[in-house]
Design a protein around this ligand. Sequence first.
Ligand code: BGC
Length: 423
Amino acid sequence: MGRPLQLLMLALMLSTAHAAEQSIEVLHWWTAGGEAKAANLLKQRWQAQGNRWVDAAIDGGGGGSAMLVLRSRTLAGNPPQAAHLKGAELHAWARLGFLRPVSDVARRGQWDMRLYPFVSSTLNHQGQMMAVPIGIHRVNWLWINQPIFDRLKLEPPRSWPELLAVARRLKAAGITPLAMGDDPWQLAILFESIALGEGGSDFYRRAFVNLEPDALTGPRMQQVLLRFHSLRPFLPANHVGLKWNQATQMLIEGQAAMQLMGDWTKGELIAAGEIPGQRIRCLPAPGTTGRFSYNLDSLALFRQTNDASDQAQQRFAELLMTPEFQRDFNRVKGSIPVLAEMDLAGFDPCARLAGQALQRAERDGSLVPSVAEGMATPPRVQQALQEVLANYFSDADADAATTAARLAQTIKAVQSEWQPGVE
Ligand code: BGC
């Protein structure tokens, strides 16, 4: 082969390698209106750098179906290059050795100096940074339709007894008080918000982070369970199978007056042309002012066998951590940036409130990981807890003391069965 031809072949090989290196497949469950817009923004920013995006969007709030697909694809030897993996689930994957740590990119970008400390520690697995943080969601929010409250001359509830009083008045006026479906994770958000509001952050941590049997079975937990159960009459008639974003639509359209949900709800509001904090207001879930239950969204990278693909992953991780991307993505998604240095001046009023609450909660020790969002316990413990709660909620005659005992027993059983690396 002559030298010019050799050079041409080499150039062709390099350009193919370059094209391959710029392709990223991302598995996620950002499929509701606002979420899809946020995912699309990420796709466009990546494509704007001359790269290719392969979308692996799996429908289903809470990510249950996405996690099943991820497991089967990985077992078949075909994981995506990146996936929305977070909290305890991320650590389970890290233990199995499938993930590419991002510590090298983090060191180059000095992430440790730029991230909120709890973000770094959440993603740290045995000294390695295991994923790229995307945004911080506050879970303990109550969303209310202010025009309904005005019409009925109702005050926004600041405590759980107030919320029940408001719910009774709404129901008497023929309006669904609380928009919510029956997914175990949606119910768990309601439950953990009551636990945080009525029990406080120390109780919350003892029960759901340390899993102390006394806290799981004691009188305080029984009160929280009773309160949770007492909300059954205030859900929509069609609550079985109602998705979280359909519940948000009910709130927007005035078919329901309140929703308890993390601030990904805001993505739906923004997509529907609302300015969060105006017609639809955001208030801390009753009793949780100054407390912050977090859900940290992150993208993990799966180990690649070829260098070009690994290079693409590094470029992708770098893009996710640029202040411009963090600003634009989180404004659409409803979360706040993970970079502590960022000013929230251009964000909506609810994001600014979330930022203030986060700083205050970090200072006061009132920052807690969301159980429902997989931040607090290993996935199997979370699943067991959610099942017990969902059964309790669906049974009109269920008893709080028995359920509290069941919570502790089930968690103990799952824990003794659990071994690192086999989740
Ligand atoms: C994710 C959010 C998502 C929400 C609803 C949560 O588990 O962390 O990013 O918007 O589920 O799909």
